[in-house]
Write a protein that binds this ligand. Structure first.
Ligand SMILES: NC(=O)c1ccc[n+]([C@@H]2O[C@H](COP(=O)([O-])OP(=O)(O)OC[C@H]3O[C@@H](n4cnc5c(N)ncnc54)[C@H](OP(=O)(O)O)[C@@H]3O)[C@@H](O)[C@H]2O)c1
Length: 262
């Protein structure tokens, strides 16, 4: 089993270290969410991804509290719903109360509000960071052009863009575009976007005695893409963390890259 200290981290602008594998919590509700987060923290996860829109910040907060893991060892992300643009400060304060913490490690704009970049919303995230309510701030579901709009207006790029990323969605040019801008790519829906029965994934998985899901997560890590698989099933939570005991070859990486055909 992977221990917390082995999970690789990526350095975010501003200096904090983000564990490259975390637990997703979309559609993890009520006590199932609480139990999943408790289990994950007990098994060594140190990064939890939630959002105001998931309606489970209080359950995440309760699990974090009950885990006894020191706050400084955790990386907690939450997100501003686009409908709360204009009420940013109130929303983050409410999130912090529910999470039972004085700060989050990462606060994201969940979607471009109304489909637009909205630099004035971004400015409010920067202000919350400067006030110490978030260690780092970023965006989710933004296009590169929209990130450029934020930078042009404020001089500051998001630390992270959380976007869908899986083998069929792999896009080397999009990845390079983020890296040119020093924006960390955090990939969501690693399995939802994948076909876990794809022969390339199955063949590689069989070779290492692991599951296709583990191959997908390992592929993210070797591309230095942060990944946040969601599960409320204890055995899968364990499986998804246990991806450091094998390494994909360059040929296997290229084979998986080719699934998406880009
Ligand atoms: N920013 C955004 O707009 C956005 C959008 C979507 C997602 N996200 C974030 O990204 C996280 C992950 O994405 P996601 O929830 O869409 O999907 P996902 O992590 O790709 O897939 C979750 C599904 O896969 C199953 N699963 C988990 N581990 C598995 C394994 N080892 N083998 C087979 N199946 C497995 C889960 O089932 P069980 O839970 O029943 O075990 C669940 O049905 C979310 O939870 C959320 O935190 C962000």
């Amino acid at each position: 089993m992977t221990s917390a200290t082995e999970i690789p981290t990526v350095r975010l602008r501003g200096g904090s270290a983000m564990p490259m594998l975390g637990l997703g919590t979309w559609q993890a509700e009520g006590n199932r969410c609480y139990e999943a987060v408790c289990h994950a923290l007990e098994r060594g996860y140190r990064h939890i991804d939630t959002a105001t829109g998931y309606g489970n910040e209080a359950e995440v907060g309760r699990a974090v509290h009950d885990s006894g893991v020191p706050r400084e060892d955790l990386f907690i992300t939450t997100k501003l719903p686009p409908g709360r643009a204009g009420r940013e400060r109130q929303t983050i304060e409410q999130s912090l109360r529910k999470l039972g913490t004085g700060y989050v490690d990462l606060w994201l704009i969940h979607w471009p509000p109304g489909g637009r970049a909205r630099p004035e919303v971004w400015q409010q995230l920067l202000a919350a960071r400067d006030a110490g309510l978030a260690r780092a701030v970023g965006v989710s579901n933004y296009r590169l052009g929209q990130i450029d709009e934020l930078v042009n207006a404020t001089g500051e790029a998001p630390a992270v863009n959380q976007i869908p990323w899986s083998p069929p969605e792999h896009d080397p040019r999009l990845l390079a575009g983020h890296r040119e801008r020093d924006v960390v790519v955090e990939g969501y829906s690693p399995f939802r976007g994948s076909d876990l029965a794809h022969p390339t994934l199955r063949e590689i998985a069989e070779g290492y005695g692991v599951s296709p899901a583990q191959v997908v997560l390992r592929w993210h890590l070797q591309h230095r893409i942060v990944v946040i698989p969601k599960s409320v099933t204890p055995a899968r939570i364990d499986e998804n963390l246990d991806v450091l005991g094998f390494a994909l070859t360059d040929a296997q990486m290229s084979g998986i890259d080719a699934i998406g055909g880009r």
